[in-house]
Ligand binder design. Structure first.
Ligand SMILES: [Cu+2]
Length: 142
C-alpha cells in the first residue's frame, strides 16, 4: 500500500509539472522562425558565393550587368550567353593581371570559380574587339 501511495505522489507531481510547463509555453513566444532553411548548396569549400553574369541574346558587345559584388573567398562566376556569338568572362585584378575566366560559350552557360581577396576587379570578354566594344564590368569583392 505504501508503494502505491508513493507512486501516486510521483505521478501527481509529474502531472503538475507538465501543466506548469504547458502554461508557460502558452505565454511565451510561439512564432518560431520558419524561413531559416538554407537554399544554398551545402558541401564544397563553404562560404562560396555565386554571381550571375549574362550577355544579351542579340550578340551585342555588352553584359547585362555592368557591376557585380561578391564576398571574399571562393566566388563562382556563372555566365549565361544566349547569343550565337561566343563570349567569355575573364577576370583581371586591379593591376591588370588576368586571374581566371570562363570558357568561351555561345547559346549556353559556362562558369569558373576563383579565390578572390577583397578589392576591385574588372571582368571582360576576351574575344578580340569585344572588350573594346564595351563588354566589361567591375567586380567589387568585400
Ligand atoms: Cu564577347
Amino acid at each position: 500500500m505504501k508503494k502505491a501511495a508513493a507512486l501516486f505522489a510521483v505521478t501527481a507531481f509529474t502531472a503538475l509539472g507538465l501543466v506548469a510547463c504547458g502554461g508557460s509555453d502558452d505565454g511565451g513566444d510561439t512564432t518560431a522562425a520558419e524561413n531559416t532553411t538554407s537554399t544554398q548548396p551545402t558541401g564544397g569549400g563553404g562560404g562560396g558565393e555565386t554571381v550571375d553574369v549574362s550577355a544579351p541574346a542579340d550578340g551585342s558587345f555588352a553584359y547585362d550587368q555592368t557591376s557585380l559584388t561578391a564576398k571574399a573567398g571562393q566566388v563562382t562566376i556563372a555566365f549565361d550567353n544566349p547569343a550565337t556569338l561566343s563570349h567569355d568572362v575573364t577576370v583581371e585584378d586591379s593591376n591588370g593581371k588576368e586571374i581566371g575566366g570562363t570558357d568561351l560559350v555561345s547559346q549556353g552557360t559556362a562558369s569558373t570559380t576563383l579565390d578572390l581577396q577583397p578589392g576591385t576587379y574588372t571582368y571582360f570578354c576576351n574575344v578580340p574587339g569585344h572588350r573594346e566594344g564595351g563588354m566589361e564590368g567591375t567586380l567589387t569583392v568585400n
